[in-house]
Design a binder for this molecule. Structure first.
Ligand code: XLS
Ligand code: NI
Ligand code: NI
Length: 465
């Protein structure tokens, strides 16, 4: 038990009905030793200060807070306890005690909103089962969720913090062990449908700007027991039902698919952005969905983060970002905070070129390492993530403003701007016309350097002066 616990463990944790509004406006009840995080600039020695993310800084007529649209992932920041397959949780938060699961959930949410405020994050995200305990029946679970959603609505109103997206947890409960909408049992499909219906209502009630589908367990372990075609058809049917229901209740948020190639199943149907696009187009869903791209999922799929962004942006389907990083030495979703400014600058270049994220944002789908047990660690982690993204954003803006890479790329393709190159792009040219051209006029092409090292050095200069 460290010093934070002794400070933050007064009577209110034992009195579940303690009225949260008494301390919510500018609460410091749950993280008493940690002040609101302020921008102090790159030279600050204060570990609990931003070095690059100044929420109030105005760039192009918008504050950095508005540009970055940072969001906190409730499941990691407030439900993550540091457990792994080899051992239980290591992280004990003082508010995790109380009369019953719903009262604990309310106090936990008070703590979460204090954190959102102190870390200057304008948004948060949740799964239904992160915020409210699952009951013995669906009706009981729905009742629990209603109570917590009402509390969240109150806290959102008091603090001005908004919901970036909501989603349903269709992967933890044993009933989903063989998938949710891709389960071979129609009963499980029906249960998942009922759960998403409720999660959509909760997201709408909280003004969620998006709704996410991540296909945890929507895949298979072995084809010996799996009808792949039927499962994909069922997944598409499920998404159509979601689109129809959203329309019927007037939910205006953007639907997002979050691709991931594997984990928990060996093969997930929403493997990566390219296969996601093919799936959505095959089933007539592409008008209704964009992508929520997660850094670690990109690398698990054998791609770079920037690649996934470019593929989505090329089809005007870039929606939002789950901001984290994997460990290339480990083959699973380690969900670490990302401080790799080079990777983030490259990603930001692609995001800015695509015109930004619209209703999306940067959601820290990232968790503390198992040994990072202090409340302060939660702050250090997010400060680093926010600073790295803000720095990446600023560097990308400078790089794009100077336009050197873009100029290089457009010159590299300039043979398609006129003459027979233009005819190729417009569809005027064909095999016969091109053959004639080569035989009579063009002859052998002259190889031109791709200048990769020259460009990498130029990037290094932007990053490190
Ligand atoms: C898991 C996913 C998950 C989604 C939301 O790997 O990243 O956390 O973001 O269900
Ligand atoms: Ni995610
Ligand atoms: Ni993930």
């Amino acid at each position: 038990m460290d010093i934070y616990y002794s400070f933050a463990c007064p009577l209110r944790y034992l009195v579940p009905s303690f009225p949260s509004f008494l301390f919510m406006k500018k609460s410091t009840a749950h993280f008493p030793l940690i002040p609101s995080i302020r921008y102090e600039g790159p030279r600050s020695a204060n570990a609990l200060a931003f070095k690059h993310y100044d929420p109030a800084e105005v760039i192009d007529g918008r504050t950095m807070k508005e540009h970055m649209r940072f969001s906190i992932a409730y499941w990691h920041a407030f439900r993550g306890v540091g457990s792994d397959p080899f051992g239980p949780g290591t992280i004990n938060r003082p508010w995790e005690i109380g009369k019953d699961a719903v009262s604990i959930a309310k106090v936990r949410m008070d703590a979460a909103f204090e954190f959102f405020q102190k870390i200057e994050a304008p948004f948060w995200c949740f799964h239904d089962r992160d915020i409210a305990p699952e009951g013995k029946t669906l009706a009981e679970s729905n009742k629990n969720l209603d109570q917590i959603v009402a509390h969240a609505k109150f806290l959102q109103k008091t603090t001005g913090i908004k919901l970036l997206w909501g989603t349903a947890n269709l992967f933890s409960n044993p009933r989903f062990m063989c998938g949710a909408s891709t389960n071979p049992d129609a009963h499980v499909f029906a249960y998942a449908a009922a759960q998403v219906k409720k999660a959509l209502e909760a997201t709408q009630e909280l003004g969620g700007e998006n709704y996410v589908f991540w296909g945890g367990r929507e895949g298979y372990e072995t084809l010996l027991n799996t009808n792949l075609k039927r499962e994909q058809d069922h997944l598409a049917r499920f998404l159509h039902m979601a689109v129809d229901y959203a329309k019927s209740i007037g939910f205006k948020g953007q639907f997002l698919i979050e691709p991931k190639p594997k984990e928990p199943t060996k093969h997930q149907y929403d493997f990566d952005v390219a296969s996601g696009i093919a799936f959505l187009r095959t089933y007539g869903l592409d008008k209704h969905f964009k992508f929520n791209i997660e850094t670690n999922h990109a690398t698990l799929a054998g791609h770079t983060f920037q690649h996934e962004i470019e593929v989505a942006a090329s089809q005007n389907m870039l929606g939002s970002i789950d901001a984290n990083a994997g460990d290339l030495l480990l083959g699973w979703d380690t969900d670490q905070f990302n401080t790799d400014v080079r990777e983030l600058t490259l990603a930001m270049i692609s995001i800015l070129k695509a015109g930004g994220l619209g209703t999306g944002g940067f959601n820290f789908d990232a968790k503390l390492r198992r040994a990072s047990i202090d409340p302060a660690d939660l702050f250090h982690a997010h400060i680093g993530g926010m600073d790295a993204y803000a720095l990446g954003f600023k560097l990308a803006r400078r790089i794009l403003a100077e336009g050197k890479f873009e100029q290089f790329v457009s010159e590299r393709y300039s043979s398609f701007d006129s003459g027979y190159g233009k005819d190729i792009e417009s569809g005027k040219a064909n095999f016969k016309s091109l053959e004639k051209l080569v035989l009579t006029k063009l002859g052998e092409p002259t190889p031109k350097s791709g200048k990769q090292e020259y460009l990498e050095n130029m990037l290094m200069q932007y990053l490190h002066g």
